[in-house]
Design a binder for this molecule. Structure first.
Ligand SMILES: Nc1ncnc2c1ncn2[C@@H]1O[C@H](COP(=O)(O)OP(=O)(O)OP(=O)(O)O)[C@@H](O)[C@H]1O
Length: 227
């Protein structure tokens, strides 16, 4: 039995295996996220943060090692089960919001719920509740192009949380914002994660933001080490 919500054990990833440009990015990375824990992942550019987040979120597979959500080992499960787990258990946030431009803020938060079988009325209510929670309820009917960068990113947070995941994975979630906005939007994200009791792994270059999380880890030579 493990108390961890997310466990990465001995994760290895090699790109271009057997070719001249072979690159071993992860060489046995270990990390466990406790319930409600917010962990900062810091590393120089190219060290493998995105690769690790993609493997943790079942968007990519490792060459060796194991990913577990709670006590369930996800490694080796078929595509269907991985897709369902990814949709239900994991929320992703990226540096760029990747909202669908032709849909409103509300609709962007509704869509992942419809894909998970939630009815429209419940999905609308949950989306509005999340948007209210991050302070942009009145903008629910606006398309992303009519919103500021900070507002767009708040919508992206709501979309990531729409299906009630256990784990939030974020890749430079405020990296595209100016410093003042980044600070506010980061505080919003932290509040949202705390209020929902999620476990979060947040990659950032920003050491000030990293210091505000529960724990800092570094990716160093393909391994996770204390920050
Ligand atoms: N699909 C791929 N094929 C080959 N090499 C790749 C692939 N994806 C990433 N890499 C290489 O693996 C290394 C790690 O990439 P990754 O994107 O995980 O780093 P990162 O730490 O997230 O960087 P950044 O902070 O710049 O986003 C880099 O050298 C990158 O060029």
């Amino acid at each position: 039995m493990s108390d961890a919500v997310l466990s990465l054990r001995g994760i290895e990833k090699i790109y271009n295996r057997g070719r001249q440009n072979e690159i071993a990015v992860l060489k046995g990375a270990d990390l466990a996220l406790a319930r409600g824990e917010i962990v900062a992942l810091v590393a120089p550019s190219g060290a493998g943060k995105s690769t690790l987040l993609h493997i943790a979120g079942l968007l990519d597979t490792a060459d060796a090692g194991e990913v577990a959500f709670g006590d369930t080992v996800m490694t080796g499960l078929g595509d269907r089960r991985r897709t369902i787990a990814r949709r239900r258990d994991v929320g992703f946030v990226y540096q760029f919001h990747h909202l669908l431009p032709e849909f409103t803020a509300l609709e962007n938060v509704v869509l992942p719920q419809l894909a998970d079988g939630v009815n429209r009325r419940d999905a609308d209510a949950r989306a509005q509740e999340l948007l209210d929670h991050v302070g942009i309820g009145p903008r629910a009917g606006h398309r992303p192009s009519a919103m500021s960068g900070g507002e767009q990113q708040r919508v992206a947070f709501c979309r990531a949380l729409a299906n009630g995941p256990r784990i939030l994975l974020a890749d430079e979630p405020t990296g595209n914002l100016d410093p003042a906005t980044s600070d506010q939007v980061f505080a919003t994200l932290m509040g949202l994660v705390r209020d929902t009791g999620l476990s979060a792994l947040i990659a950032t270059h920003n050491l000030e933001l990293a210091a505000r999380m529960d724990r800092v880890v570094k990716l160093d030579q393909g391994l996770i080490v204390p920050g």
